[in-house]
Every structure is written in structure tokens, then in C-alpha cells.
Design a protein around this ligand. Structure first.
Ligand SMILES: Cc1cc2nc3c(=O)[nH]c(=O)nc-3n(C[C@H](O)[C@H](O)[C@H](O)COP(=O)(O)OP(=O)(O)OC[C@H]3O[C@@H](n4cnc5c(N)ncnc54)[C@H](O)[C@@H]3O)c2cc1C
Length: 520
């Protein structure tokens, strides 16, 4: 096949990850065709939580203005034993590093609808619903995807790159014969989304009931909604649980009945944990649940997929524009796979504490955990920084998420990204202006880079001054996915950061697997 690709990127699957990726690519001027198997959006209950970093990526997708309408902050996630005694209190009050609440509760179909509307505003995106990808072939110039409509009609989509965002049972992953590592965690849970007919205050907002008689999750499902999740007991069959009467019976213990509530949706899911061992094969990549699957106890499955989209979109952009070699795309797997794997491991560890139906085992767990509980909130262990051949291993801050603060512009307080957008940002608070040699400056502008001197007065909450002081530096180079490339203490160091990125992006890189460092 050597015909001219009809679209820059084809995305298989129009869930939250496919939508976010399509938007981020189209915003950078690329054409995107999305193939989605179902004619209508998926209506069943799934994600209810995203974190501040993911909110920031959604802001970059252009839906920051509506996030407050479809989400509510959650400052506490309390785990209790059967007697109601707290075992641990996770959470934090106020804004996270990403400039949004550390935890937000939402309704997945509502979020997908917002992403869908945003995608509809971007002329570069074509969504072909009711089209199932069934075959993929690739050659030196591009990828051809054969898709079938529900009436059996077939269509070819020719693209330069393709991304499988097609969920847990990914067809793309299977067609590429990419093996997965299964981490052997399987529990069935009944998930129920409820709208209460009368307002009720839940304090704390999110609770995990570690009762061996019925491990249960009781959390916000976004504004106006509540979510209950009930674990299947070893004595029950799937059919016993996957039933609307079973849902009402279990909800009755929480004073939720057909008289005071509407049951919006219910479904049984088998929570499992696995990751695809490779996320790129030639011109085809995987993202979201197609690449990794985890139990939902850390509320991070979709979050991980949205992080994939942020990481991959700028790398595809620079490769599609011819500014970088395709080898840059290997860094996507190097950076994202270990990160997702750490989040899967964390989710499994949380699940091992929760999914305990044995009373003796639960009692032993309670004894250990309740000894350490205080009124203070504990943080869920922080997610690891990114590492890999695009990031300087010698810089201790490289790969960490750079903060988003509130800055004053013309007397108005605004989030930094709403003013300066997402992209390469060489940021300082109060350093002297920096001169870039014309060649380096031209390269930086070509990558949509911008030097931003915030100014002490504009750093109204001191977010940046505090961060720079904490890290002993005055300059930070932020990547388009909001991670730090590196930091510097003076103009010379700042210029070196840019030269370093340019080198890493413009020279064909290969990775020495034993060193984890880049060789050229
Ligand atoms: C009960 C539950 C609770 C959860 N809670 C959270 C939470 O609080 N926070 C969180 O971050 N995550 C949570 N998750 C995980 C989250 O829902 C998923 O990670 C997220 O939906 C994955 O998004 P995705 O776009 O990768 O895949 P999906 O949403 O599965 O979308 C994949 C799309 O691909 C389409 N598709 C599949 N095959 C093809 C094909 N061959 N051709 C065309 N289209 C195809 C599908 O129809 C689908 O629309 C939860 C999940 C569950 C089940």
C-alpha cells in the first residue's frame, strides 16, 4: 500500500481516552478519524474519580470551563471496618499540584458527553460511529484499518499512525498479537449508580466499608449522584448479584429504596489487573484500557489512560510534523508503561485490603490498620515520576509533574494554562530575561515553546516561588504533558535545558535497555 493517507491518525475506540487523544491531536492541527463500534455512547456506570493532574489535561482538552459543573471535590476517602471504626482516612483539602482539586468525583457519561461536544467543535476530527475495526495492516508509509459497519458494509481507513484506544478487550492489541502480563487479581463487584430523590449529606463523601460480610464502596457519583459497589461473596453466583432486585436489596441497608431513589444503572464487573507488554508496534500504538487494566480502588484506570493521551499526543505531533524521528514514539512506552504498572500495583494493594470476605483475616487486618489511624488525612501514595530516554536521568526533578498555579493577568486571577496554554514552557518567576541564540529560539518556537517569566506579583498564591525554592532552582522546562524536563539555576542552565531537549527530539534515539539511558 502506498496510497496517500487520508487522515493523520486513526483512533480505534471513542471512550474517554480516544476522545481526549483525538482532541489533543486535532488542537495541534492534525486530522483524526475515530472508529467506534457502537452507534451510541456507552451508558453504563464506570469511572467516578479523577485527580488534579487529569483535570489539568482535561483543561488542556478545552473543557476546563465545564469541569466544575460535572464534578465535585472529594476531600476524604475513609475506610472503615464492619463496626464503623475508621481504618484510614485518605485525602487532602484544596487544590492539588495540577491546579485543580486533588480528587474530583464525576459521572463518566457526563464527562464523555463534554469531550464529545468539544471534539465536535474541531474540524480535524471525524467520528465514525457504528464502525468496528476488524483488520490492521501497516507498511513503511502508513496503516490501513478495515472497519465493518453494523450492516456488514466494509470501509478502509488509511492513516499515518493508528492508536488502539479500544478498551479492555482491545481488538487492536489482539490483531497486533501483543501479549499481556496478567497480575492475577479477579473479584466480581456489582456497581450501582443512584440518584436520590431528596438531598442527603454524606460526610465523609467517600467511604470504603471493609466489612467481610459485604465489602462495599459508597462514594459520590458526581453532582446529584451516589455510587454503591458491592463485592460478590464466595457463596454467591454471578447471577445472584447481577440483578436489579439484588441491587435494591443491598441498597436497602443504606436506606435507599425505590421510594426515595432512582436506580440509574447497574452492572457487574470483574475487576482485574494486567498490562500489555508493548505499547507500540511500528505505526500502531495502544492507550488506555487497551494498554492497562486495574481494579478501581485508587480511581486511576481512566486517569492513567488520559495521561497516556497527554504523553502520546505531543510525541505524535512532533513526529507527524517531521520535527522528530519516529523513534521518539518509543519513549511513550518507556515513560508510560512503568508508571501505569506502578498504579496497577498500588490498586492491587488497596484491593487486597478491601476484598477480604474472611472474618478472621479481616479482624487481623483491622487490628493492624486501626492502630495507626488518626483524624488526619493520609495521602494515597504518590505516583512515581516518569523516566526514560527523553528525560535527563541526572536531573532529580525531571519526570515530576510541574505545578499549575493561579496567576494575575490584568487584575484577574487565572489558571496558568488558561493564559499560556499547554506546550513547552520555560518558566521562571523573577529571573532576568533570557537570550536564546536565533537557531535555538527558532527551534523552540517551532515546537510551540514559550518562555514565561511570571513575575513575583503575578504569582499570587506563591505556587511557583514555593516550588522553585523547594527545588533550589530558578528555571523549569515544562513539557506539553506538564512534566518537568529539567530545572536550572541560571540563564546558561536554562539554555542548556532547551539544547538538551532539542538534541533528544531531533536525533534518532535508541535505548540501551541495560542502562535505561539514551545512546545516539
Ligand atoms: C466499576 C468501575 C469503576 C471505575 N472507576 C474509575 C475511577 O473512579 N477512576 C478512573 O480513573 N477509572 C475508573 N474506572 C476505569 C475507567 O472506566 C476506564 O479505565 C476507562 O473507561 C477506559 O477508557 P478507554 O477509553 O481506555 O476505554 P473504554 O472506555 O472501554 O472505551 C473503549 C471504546 O472502544 C470501542 N471499541 C472496542 N473495540 C472496538 C473496535 N474493534 N472497533 C471500534 N471500536 C471499538 C468500545 O466500544 C468503547 O467505546 C472504573 C471502571 C469500572 C468498571
Amino acid at each position: 500500500m502506498t496510497d496517500h493517507p487520508s487522515t493523520d491518525v486513526a483512533i480505534v475506540g471513542y471512550g474517554p481516552v480516544g476522545s481526549a487523544l483525538a482532541i489533543l491531536l486535532a488542537q495541534q492541527g492534525h486530522t483524526v478519524t475515530v472508529l467506534e463500534r457502537w452507534p451510541e455512547p456507552y451508558p453504563m456506570p464506570r469511572a467516578v474519580h479523577f485527580d488534579d493532574e487529569v483535570a489539568r489535561i482535561l483543561q488542556a482538552c478545552g473543557i476546563g470551563g465545564s469541569l466544575d459543573d460535572i464534578s465535585e471535590p472529594a476531600d476524604v476517602y475513609e475506610w472503615r471496618n464492619a463496626a464503623g471504626t475508621p481504618l484510614v482516612r485518605f485525602g487532602s483539602v484544596g487544590m492539588g499540584r495540577g491546579g485543580w482539586p486533588s480528587s474530583s468525583m464525576f459521572n463518566q457519561p457526563a464527562l464523555e458527553a463534554r469531550l464529545g461536544s468539544r471534539a465536535g467543535e474541531l474540524p480535524g476530527i471525524t467520528v465514525r460511529r457504528g464502525m468496528e475495526a476488524v483488520e490492521i495492516t501497516q507498511d513503511d508509509d502508513g496503516v490501513t484499518i478495515l472497519a465493518r459497519g453494523r450492516d456488514g458494509a466494509a470501509a478502509d481507513v488509511r492513516c499515518r499512525y493508528a492508536v488502539g484506544c479500544d478498551g479492555a478487550n482491545s481488538t487492536v492489541r489482539q490483531l497486533l498479537e501483543i501479549p499481556s502480563t496478567d497480575l492475577g487479581f479477579f473479584y466480581d463487584w456489582l456497581i450501582v449508580d443512584v440518584v436520590l430523590n431528596e438531598p442527603r449529606v454524606y460526610d465523609p463523601i467517600n467511604v470504603q466499608v471493609c466489612d467481610p460480610a459485604r465489602p462495599t464502596t459508597v462514594v459520590s457519583g458526581g453532582p446529584g449522584r451516589r455510587r454503591w459497589e458491592f463485592m460478590r461473596l464466595p457463596t454467591e453466583s454471578l447471577d445472584d448479584l447481577n440483578d436489579i432486585d439484588a441491587a435494591w436489596r443491598l441498597l436497602a441497608a443504606w436506606d435507599v429504596t425505590p421510594d426515595n431513589a432512582t436506580l440509574e444503572r447497574h452492572a457487574v464487573y470483574t475487576f482485574s489487573a494486567r498490562n500489555a507488554d508493548q505499547w507500540r508496534r511500528g505505526r500502531v500504538l495502544l492507550a488506555g484500557d487497551a494498554a492497562h487494566l486495574m481494579p478501581p480502588f485508587a480511581g486511576q484506570g481512566m486517569c492513567s489512560g488520559i495521561r497516556d493521551a497527554a504523553n502520546l499526543s505531543w510525541k505524535l505531533d512532533t513526529v507527524l510534523a517531521g520535527r522528530s524521528d519516529a523513534a521518539v514514539l518509543d519513549s511513550y512506552t518507556h515513560e508510560r508503561l512503568p508508571h501505569a504498572r506502578a498504579v496497577i500495583d498500588l490498586s492491587i494493594e488497596l484491593g487486597k485490603i478491601i476484598c477480604v470476605p474472611d472474618p478472621a483475616e479481616a479482624a487481623a487486618r483491622d487490628e493492624i490498620m486501626s492502630a495507626g489511624v488518626t483524624d488526619h488525612r493520609t495521602s494515597i501514595p504518590s505516583l512515581p515520576p516518569l523516566a526514560g530516554p527523553l528525560l535527563p536521568a541526572s536531573d532529580p526533578v525531571a519526570g515530576h509533574v510541574f505545578p499549575q498555579g493561579i496567576i494575575a493577568v490584568d487584575g484577574e486571577r487565572r489558571r496558568f494554562d488558561d493564559v499560556h496554554g499547554a506546550g513547552w514552557r520555560l518558566v521562571t518567576v523573577d529571573a532576568d530575561p533570557i537570550d536564546l541564540d536565533p537557531e535555538l529560539g527558532q527551534w523552540f518556537s517551532g515546537e510551540s515553546g514559550e518562555v514565561v517569566a511570571i513575575g513575583t506579583h503575578a504569582d499570587v498564591e506563591g505556587t511557583y516561588a514555593t516550588w522553585f525554592a523547594e527545588h533550589g532552582c530558578t528555571w523549569a522546562l515544562q513539557r506539553p504533558d506538564f512534566h518537568v524536563h529539567g530545572v536550572a539555576s541560571d540563564a546558561e542552565g536554562a539554555r542548556s535545558l532547551l539544547a538538551d531537549v532539542r538534541h533528544r527530539l531531533t536525533h534518532r534515539t535508541t535505548v540501551d535497555q541495560t542502562q535505561g539511558e539514551m545512546t545516539r
